[in-house]
Design a protein around this ligand. Structure first.
Ligand code: CA
Ligand code: CA
Ligand code: CA
Ligand code: CA
Length: 275
């Protein structure tokens, strides 16, 4: 009986297939990445370890006037990792860049495009990237960092961004990954299912997850996929609570020095794709 229960507990949700080979997609707001953060070797080694355990990571909050910290960080990763760095985005003097780091032996970059935002809705225009895995799975990754004060309006505009990229690349599988600020005082998270109805989208990181290092319980960080990618989702996702993963008693830093956000992740089969 015990064996039976153990076995059942390993099964994914009904209807979700297990695939031998998967890719791990991560999203991580690394909080004000630039010269100062790069100077802290303990922080940087944890960031590098997390990112090198994923096959592709959508990063938010690169804040640097020049590319030097980005280039320095890439040297700490295994040589098979490549990246796309988006343009500097933001309405004030404080600019941010999206940064997508991926394992080039697992994923091939097919296209990259920053949303032009004709109605100027987004403070930081989302970055779309079209990836082909080494299996059948091809998909669009949208990296986003929703402005907290304007969360409802920016989130409501996101399905239009999805549609734009689907038409641009003639590809229906989309994973939106990023810091949505979709909880707490910024946003009523129960409103997400109206914007992303379950016939058309799946909220992989659902409202119960805590993605913040602070004591509060907020699901700011999200991975959301389109219906055609339901077949590709391998049924595995989570939040990396790095204070439980790394031994901070051996370090001089606190978990909050790594970031105020935890990374979120999801796995996708590379051979289930039919579109
Ligand atoms: Ca596809
Ligand atoms: Ca929540
Ligand atoms: Ca928390
Ligand atoms: Ca698909």
């Amino acid at each position: 009986m015990l064996h039976c229960c153990l076995f059942l507990s390993l099964l994914p949700f009904p209807g979700v297939r297990l695939s031998a080979e998967t890719i791990k997609l991560c999203s991580f707001n690394i909080q004000i990445f630039g010269v100062s953060k790069m100077a802290n070797s303990e922080v940087v080694s944890i960031l590098a370890d997390i990112i090198s355990r994923a096959d592709v990571t959508a990063i938010q909050e690169v804040r640097s006037r020049d590319i030097t910290p980005v280039v320095q960080f890439m040297r700490l990763l295994p040589p098979n990792y490549a990246y796309v760095l988006g343009p500097r985005e933001g309405r004030s003097a404080s600019k941010e860049q999206f940064w997508v780091i991926y394992d080039a032996t697992k994923l091939r970059l097919v296209g990259e495009n920053t949303w032009a935002d004709p109605e100027d809705i987004f403070e930081r225009n989302p970055l779309g990237i079209y990836f082909q895995t080494m299996g059948k799975f091809d998909f669009i990754l949208i990296d986003t960092h929703i402005q907290p004060a304007n969360a409802a309006r920016e989130i409501a505009a996101m399905p239009g961004v999805v549609k734009y990229y689907q038409e641009l690349w003639n590809e229906t599988d989309v994973a939106i990954a990023g810091d949505f600020n979709a909880d707490g005082s910024y946003y009523d998270e129960t409103a997400l299912t109206a914007i992303f109805p379950e016939t058309e989208y799946q909220l992989i990181i659902t409202n119960g997850y805590d993605t913040t290092v602070a004591a509060g319980d907020n699901t700011y960080d999200r991975i959301i996929i389109t219906a055609s990618a339901f077949e590709d989702y391998a049924g595995l996702c989570g939040v990396i609570r790095f204070e439980e993963t790394y031994d901070f008693t051996a370090l001089t830093i606190q978990p909050r020095h790594v970031s105020d956000h935890y990374p979120v992740w999801a796995e996708f089969a590379i051979d289930a794709d039919t579109d």
